[in-house]
Ligand binder design. Structure first.
Ligand SMILES: [Fe+2]
Ligand SMILES: [Fe+2]
Length: 247
């Protein structure tokens, strides 16, 4: 029995792609086939695959139908985290999604799922991503304070969801945690955040995140061990569409 993770599939079997040049890079070409083949080779029926957000370009459930069917047909139990592009997923209707896709897909946001003696906890997360202002040597000298204030409100909301997730898991008797976020736990200005603090407070063993794709973004946040927590980026192009073995 194993636990795997990957993020940012950005599927669009139905939805039309407009002005998304980045996803036509070589690293993204044929990802549906490559990822599926990697899953079929690595993942067995008793394994769990956590997909860490940005599943589909579809703007609603109907436009995501084929994308979600593709995910449902992958081997193992599939758990999904909400990404910033997942418009089909109304943040307030996670329970309804879980009901609708019962037995096929599980949606993780503010709730938790058991994996052996671990609780898999998570939410979308959030972090201020600019705009940043740089000098002629590309050093950040300032940033948009209004955008930062707006981001702080979203961070607070996401932190609440993550606290609910941890609390539910602890109330059910779990003492070991793996934390999944779509957004990186810190931005390029930070060395820690409310999310890293919560991971440390609960003694989460690992924090797995995605969202940072395109080579220039791979080092935006924490990679490797920090204060006893292991941080991993699992965006699809960073992983070359090979699911990461978490446990
Ligand atoms: Fe993405
Ligand atoms: Fe994203």
């Amino acid at each position: 029995m194993s636990l795997f993770a990957l993020g940012d599939l950005h599927l669009h079997f139905q939805a039309e792609l407009k002005n998304r040049a980045q996803l036509t890079d070589r690293a993204w070409k044929d990802r549906e086939r490559i990822f599926r083949e990697n899953c079929l080779r690595l993942i067995h029926d008793d394994d769990t695959l956590v997909l860490v957000g940005d599943h589909s370009w579809g703007r609603n459930l109907e436009e995501c139908r084929q994308d979600l069917a593709y995910i449902a047909a992958l081997p193992g139990r599939k758990i999904l985290i909400r990404g910033n592009h997942d418009m089909f997923w109304d943040a307030k209707k996670t329970a309804a999604l879980n009901q609708r896709f019962a037995g096929q897909l599980a949606f993780l946001q503010g709730n938790f799922y058991a994996y052996q003696d671990y609780a898999l906890v998570g939410t979308k997360g959030y972090t201020f991503e600019g705009p940043f202002y740089v000098d002629s040597r590309r050093r950040i000298v300032d940033w948009d304070r209004e955008a930062e204030a707006h981001a702080e409100k979203i961070v607070a909301r996401e932190l609440n969801r993550l606290q609910a997730s941890f609390q539910a898991a602890r109330a059910a008797g779990y003492q070991k945690y793996i934390l999944f976020l779509h957004y990186p736990p810190t931005n390029i200005l930070q060395t820690d955040s409310c999310f890293t603090a919560l991971a440390e407070e609960y003694g989460a063993e690992q924090v797995i995140y995605a969202h940072c794709h395109g080579e220039s973004r791979f080092h935006d946040s924490i990679l490797g061990e920090k204060n006893g927590v292991k941080y991993s980026l699992v965006s699809g192009d960073y992983r070359h569409w090979l699911p990461m073995k978490v446990l």
